[in-house]
Design a protein. Structure first.
Length: 327
C-alpha cells in the first residue's frame, strides 16, 4: 500500500486542478522543451520589473568560468536608496532545466524596495544540454564578479545575501558551500525557499507525494538525471551539485529555510536544517502545513502564502537592520 500523503491546505488545494493544466506533477524528459516555453512566458520583462521607476533594471554580461561563455546578470537597483547597498544574489528556479534570470525576481523586489539592497540575478546554463558543473560554476562566476565589482555597481561587496527558490534554492545552498571552500565571500546569510537539495530522491516525503501536488518524485528524478546523468544517486555526487551530500556544514552563514508538509522536498529540507544546527550554525526553519511545492508562487493570496512571505521578510529585517541598530 502506498504511504498516505499529508492533506493539502484547504485554501491551496482548489488551485491544483488549474496548475496541472500547465504543469503536471510528473515531468518526464520529453516535456522539458514545452515547459521551457511555459516558464519563459511567466518571466516578466525588464520593463515590468522596473515598476514605473521603482527600480533601475539592467543586464550585464560578465566573464564566465574558465573556458566557458560569459554569464548574464540581471541587476535591479531600487530608486530612492543612496550609498553602497547590500547585494542580494539570486539564483532562479526551474529544476535546473528551465527558467531564466528574470524568473522569480519579482518576488524578491519588494524586499529590496523596503530594505534597500541591490538584486543581482544570474543566468546559468541549463541541463541536460549543460550538465553539472556548468550551472553552479556559472552561478559562482557571477557571484565572484559581483563581489569584486561591487563599487562599480554602487554596492557593498562585504554585505552579500544569497537566495533562491526550488532548484535555485538548492543551487544557492551549493553556492554557499562553494563560496566557503573557495574563499569567495562570507555571505551575511542564505535564504533557501523550498530548496531542491538531494539527488537521491529517496525520502519518505518523495514517496508520499508521488503523482500529487507540484513537482513529484518523477519530476525530481527527471531533473536530477538531466544534471548528473548516470552519477545521480551514486556515491560520488559532490555537495556543489547536491548540497544534501555535504558532510561538513560548518562555517555557513545564518540560514533561513522553508518547505511545505505536502511536497517532495519536505524531508531533505528538514534534515538539512537539522544538520546545520548540529554543525553549530544559525538556522531558522519553517514547515508550512498543507503547503505544496512553490505554493506561494501559485496562490500568493492564500493566508499561508502571506505568512510565508512575512516570515522571510522578518528574517531579512533582523539580518540587515538589527546589527546596524545595535551599532
Amino acid at each position: 500500500m502506498p504511504p498516505t500523503p499529508p492533506p493539502f491546505d484547504p485554501e491551496l488545494a482548489p488551485a491544483l486542478a488549474e496548475i496541472h493544466q500547465s504543469l503536471a506533477p510528473a515531468m518526464t524528459p520529453d516535456m522539458i522543451p514545452a515547459l521551457r516555453d511555459v516558464m519563459a512566458g511567466a518571466s516578466p520583462s525588464p520593463e515590468d520589473l522596473a515598476g514605473d521607476g521603482a527600480f533601475a533594471v539592467s543586464a550585464r554580461r560578465v566573464p564566465g568560468p574558465a573556458g566557458a561563455p560569459d554569464v548574464e546578470l540581471l541587476i535591479a537597483r531600487p530608486t530612492g536608496h543612496d550609498g553602497p547597498l547590500p547585494i542580494l544574489y539570486y539564483v532562479h528556479g526551474g529544476g535546473m532545466v528551465m527558467g531564466d534570470n528574470r524568473f522569480g525576481v519579482a518576488d524578491v523586489l519588494p524586499w529590496a524596495a523596503e530594505l534597500g539592497f541591490l538584486v543581482v540575478s544570474v543566468e546559468y546554463r541549463l541541463a541536460p544540454e549543460h550538465p553539472y558543473p556548468a550551472g553552479i560554476e556559472d552561478a559562482h562566476a557571477g557571484l565572484a564578479w559581483a563581489v569584486a565589482n561591487a563599487e562599480e555597481l554602487g554596492a557593498d561587496g562585504d554585505r552579500v545575501l544569497l537566495s533562491g527558490a526550488s532548484s535555485g534554492g538548492g543551487m544557492t545552498a551549493s553556492l554557499a558551500l562553494l563560496a566557503r571552500d573557495r574563499g569567495t565571500v562570507r555571505p551575511l546569510g542564505q535564504l533557501l525557499m523550498y530548496p531542491m537539495l538531494d539527488d537521491r530522491n529517496d525520502r519518505p516525503s518523495a514517496a508520499q507525494m508521488a503523482g500529487l501536488g507540484v513537482w513529484d518524485r518523477t519530476a525530481n528524478e527527471t531533473a536530477w538525471n538531466a544534471v548528473l546523468g548516470a552519477a545521480r544517486g551514486g556515491a560520488d555526487v559532490p555537495p556543489y551539485a547536491a548540497a544534501a551530500r555535504a558532510t561538513d556544514l560548518s562555517g555557513l552563514p545564518p540560514t533561513f529555510l522553508d518547505v511545505g508538509t505536502a511536497e517532495t522536498f519536505r524531508d531533505e529540507v528538514i534534515d538539512y536544517a537539522t544538520r546545520i544546527a548540529q554543525a553549530g550554525g544559525e538556522v531558522e526553519l519553517h514547515v508550512w502545513p498543507g503547503a505544496f511545492h512553490a505554493f506561494d508562487f501559485w496562490v500568493p493570496t492564500a493566508r499561508i502564502s502571506q505568512d510565508a512571505a512575512e516570515a522571510r521578510l522578518r528574517w531579512l529585517r533582523r539580518l540587515l537592520l538589527e546589527p546596524a541598530a545595535q551599532g
